[in-house]
Each structure stands twice: as structure tokens, then as C-alpha cells.
Design a protein. Structure first.
Length: 288
């Protein structure tokens, strides 16, 4: 049985993506997978690192809000985990209630704060004046709404399915093209065993690395970028983050096209290891 740790509680976007990853693994999971809700992203990484979960699912970037810094920091820490997969989920919200409910029946809304913000204009236009009660998650919103007449949950289609709610209106978010990228991580042993079997696809691959400088000096970032440029390797993301060790000390996260074992990728990483304090390969995996 394969175990997936995700940022809970049940029926979150991370839970939905964990189920998508489990289906992608398909026949490689001999028995029905087990899904374990975690209170924090840090707990997801800790469970995978300790071997208490085979896989972990963590959000890495949202198209509206940017990178998830907690995930970046966990990737750069001492965890013995690797990225082996990536999925991009379109973020949609729906109005969910108990079966038979109409818009006119709803007198109270349940929502977690970020969902309420992303559906604020729709709510003002469609259900003006209804009080909104804050809850911890989409799952909690639906679970409570299906138990009470007159309550509507701003949640997701996935959460509606988990708690058997009825979708009154869908795609009620104010902004289209809201996307979140999620990573699938695994411990080093599991990653080595599963990566090729589960994810060998005829798709482009990408590699993620964390780079730590010896010291901060003019031209240090240019040196890094020039290595990739000279090798003809396309960078798809670059971001700096504090090392959380010394004030003003930063590391760089890079995503680039290609696999870790590609000859030109290996050559660039070897060159960087000669001039940087550390080059940490976070994983090579099929690009979403």
C-alpha cells in the first residue's frame, strides 16, 4: 500500500492532487493508496523523510500569489527527499449546499478566508447581505453546509464529492486562470525505485536545484546564469530566499529544462560545484 501525506484537512486542494497523483501511479500501487492529512507543510516533509509516508504532496507556486516559501525552505533543508512529480491544478470554486437547495434558500455562507476573497464580487452580486462564517477549509464548509438547511459553502467540486454536497453554481471565482503547481516528493529510496517505473512519459523533463554561495559578491548570480547560457540550457524559474542562517545571506532556487543525468546538465552542475558552497539537486521529474 502506498501512503500519501498531504496538507490537510480532508478535501483540500492538496488532498485532491494527492488523489490525482495516486491515479497517475496507477498499476504501480498494488493496493488502494492511503491518504494522510497533515497540519502543516513541514509535517508533510517530516513524514516522508522519516519513512512514515511513501509520498508527500506540497504546493510550490500559485499564479496569483507567487511561490509558497514554506515549501521552498523545506526543500532546501536537510530532508532526504526528492521531487519526482509535478501537477498544475486549475483552482475553481463552487457554491455547494445540501441536495435540493436553491439560491433563494441560502441565508448564510460558509467559507475559508482565501476562497471568500477570490469569490467576493460574485458573492456581492449574487447573494448580497448574507453573513459569512469563516471555517478552516473547503471540506469543513461543505460538511457543515450539508448538515444545515439554508447554509451554502464556497468550496470546490472535489469537496462537494467527498461530503456529498450538491453544486448550486460552479466556477464562481472572480479571477480566471488561477493555477497552483504541486510537487510530489518521496524519500531517496522510494524516489529511486519509483521514478522511472511511475513517470516514464514522453514529455519534457525539468530539474530543480538549490544553490548556496560561498559568499555574496558582485557578479555571483551572473556567473551562475552564464553557465546555463553557455550550455544552452533554458531556465524556467529563478528565485532567491534567505538561508535563515545569517542575516542578508541568500540562496537561489532554479528550475531548468532537462534531466539531472543529461551530459550537459551534469557538466553545468559540476562546474557550479567547483565555485559554490553547495549545489543541492532537489529532483528531476516530468514537467507538468
Amino acid at each position: 500500500m502506498a501512503t500519501f501525506a498531504y496538507l490537510g484537512p480532508r478535501a483540500t486542494f492538496s488532498d485532491e492532487v494527492a488523489h490525482l497523483f495516486a491515479r497517475q501511479l496507477g498499476a504501480s500501487c498494488v493496493e488502494a493508496p492511503e491518504f494522510v492529512a497533515c497540519a502543516t507543510i513541514e509535517e508533510v516533509f517530516a513524514k516522508v523523510d522519516a519513512g512514515d509516508a511513501d509520498f508527500g504532496v506540497a504546493p510550490i507556486e500559485n499564479s496569483l500569489e507567487g511561490s509558497v516559501n514554506t515549501t521552498l525552505d523545506e526543500l532546501a533543508s536537510g530532508h532526504a527527499v526528492s521531487i519526482i512529480g509535478e501537477k498544475i491544478l486549475a483552482i475553481h470554486h463552487a457554491l455547494v449546499a445540501t441536495a435540493g437547495t436553491t439560491l433563494a434558500d441560502i441565508n448564510t455562507l460558509l467559507s475559508y478566508p482565501s476562497a471568500m476573497e477570490r469569490c467576493a464580487r460574485w458573492t456581492l452580486r449574487t447573494l448580497p447581505g448574507r453573513p459569512v462564517l469563516a471555517v478552516a477549509s473547503a471540506g469543513d464548509a461543505v460538511r457543515l453546509a450539508v448538515e444545515r438547511q439554508g447554509y451554502g459553502a464556497i468550496a470546490t467540486e472535489f469537496a462537494a464529492g467527498v461530503y456529498e454536497g450538491e453544486i448550486i453554481e460552479d466556477n464562481i471565482e472572480d479571477t480566471a486562470n488561477n493555477l497552483t503547481s504541486y510537487l510530489l516528493i518521496a524519500g531517496e529510496g522510494v524516489a529511486a525505485t519509483w521514478r522511472e517505473a511511475a513517470f516514464m512519459q514522453d514529455v519534457p523533463w525539468k530539474t530543480s536545484v538549490a544553490l548556496f554561495q560561498v559568499d555574496d559578491k558582485p557578479g555571483s548570480l551572473l556567473l551562475i546564469l552564464s553557465e546555463f547560457a553557455q550550455a544552452g540550457i533554458n531556465l524556467t524559474k529563478i528565485q532567491s530566499r534567505p538561508t535563515r542562517q545569517v542575516m542578508g545571506e541568500y540562496m537561489f532556487f532554479l528550475d531548468f529544462e532537462g534531466r539531472q543525468d543529461d551530459p550537459k546538465v551534469k557538466a553545468v552542475l559540476d562546474s557550479l560545484r567547483a565555485v559554490l558552497r553547495e549545489v543541492k539537486v532537489l529532483g528531476s521529474y516530468p514537467a507538468a
